[in-house]
Write a protein that binds this ligand. Sequence first.
Ligand code: ATP
Length: 513
Amino acid sequence: MTQQSEIFKKVISHAKEYGFIFPSSEIYDGLSAVYDYGQNGAVLKNNIRQYWWKAMVQLNENIVGIDASILMHPTTWKASGHVDAFNDPLIDNKDSKKRYRADVLVEDYVAKIDGKIEKEIVKASKRFGDAFDKEAFINTNTRVKDYQEKANAILKRLGKSLEAGNLEDVKALIEELEIACPESGSRNWTDVKQFNLMFGTKLGASADSAMDLYLRPETAQGIFVNFLNVQKSGRMKLPFGIAQTGKAFRNEIVARQFIFRMREFEQMEMQFFIQPGTQKEWYEKWKEKRLNWHLSLGMGSENYRFHDHEKLAHYADAASDIEFKFPFGFKELEGIHSRTDFDLKSHEEFAGKKLQYFDHEKNENYVPYVVETSIGLDRMFLAIFSNSLQEETLEDGSTRTVLKLPKILAPTKLAVFPLIKKDGLPEIAREIVSQLKWDMDVAYDEKDAVGRRYRRQDALGTPYCITVDHQTLEDQTVTLRERDSMKQERIAIDQLSDLLKEKLDVKHFLKQL
Ligand code: ATP
């Protein structure tokens, strides 16, 4: 097993063992690519959602939030293009009978070339030491340049073929690159076919009158169909945004990699309505703003990169992904799309109703353009969780497993321990819990030795622990222990609340935006 898959396995088992994520309906052996969030996962997920909502809605006076339904009139999906074009190209390996996304097979091949480039860079940086100029090396080293040209040519051809619906060429590309099935190792492939990803359902009691519906595959359309409702009732002026978080459903062909690709997942999306012609400027602005949001969590700028799309969706005139370094490599975490006026115009046409904005300054009506930011909440959860899970070797040679979550997102902010279960210490500890629980998520733990209790909280990502001991009886101070540094200090009980509120103030993080 590679080191990467070893790490990823640890992430999955840790998530289950500590009540973050369970397979759905596990007693029936689970349901493929569907997961449940446990007692700690639900809180962490809520905290991520709130962090996004605060940054997008609360801190921007021209962005408002809504909560649209999962079920929508079925014509919505005709207008949006999902009925005709929300397809993935699939291919089967005849020997293993395994099904793959044809585009992902090619992209994985390209990722291997990228890996080779990375290796060359690491090798060269070791060779040249401090004098190493990465940029110059990439631009001049012939091997790296060859790799890059090859990767670009492959992606360009894939993009072109997919855009033109030329599935024969996608298959030809897979054959030319000699891509083999990871399972059987054979290159015995079927033709590439299109597969629609929407889940169907029915509305209505009797079979003849029932209406065919879809579970929404994205939350964005709930925003578009409400564009005028929000604009008029909120007297919104361009540019303005509408945000929402909510469930989306996709019948993914290959649903693997834990919560990275699920069939039921949650999105956090924002559609920013702008004057036509200003889309390039806003697209660049939102790319920068969204990257800053990620960086504000302090998970290391080296773990993010932009990937500008060659292959554009039917609605976009520019698109870029913010990719994150997951345990299985750099993959899409968020998409920023310049969606033009495609959606509103199309809804105008299908609904036969105007979806236009009256611009008082220009004294004219027009359909606004849109720049969208779209991030998967579950993918964000995985990014944070996998990045935070660390094994550390301590000075005394022992090891600890610690979940170094950004403090403000941790499901439990503070754990309070009495050193022993007598002498009045539990009563003081419980009193501290009952005072602080109004402001933060607090846990009480009196089981096992204090060292083991610290380890348990480290594994849960709890940033602070307090221990009440015999000295507390004398001077009303407790030991405050910090998760990452493991430093301990004595603090007066009556100063705890202010101190912790200051340390856990979300403002310090969001101010970096
Ligand atoms: P991918 O190429 O990985 O299938 P996408 O380009 O289809 O993703 P979008 O339609 O742009 O994704 O959706 C926006 C965001 O929603 C993605 O960046 C991702 O974070 C999230 N997302 C999309 N599909 C899934 C899924 N099946 N499971 C979890 N999150 C998803």
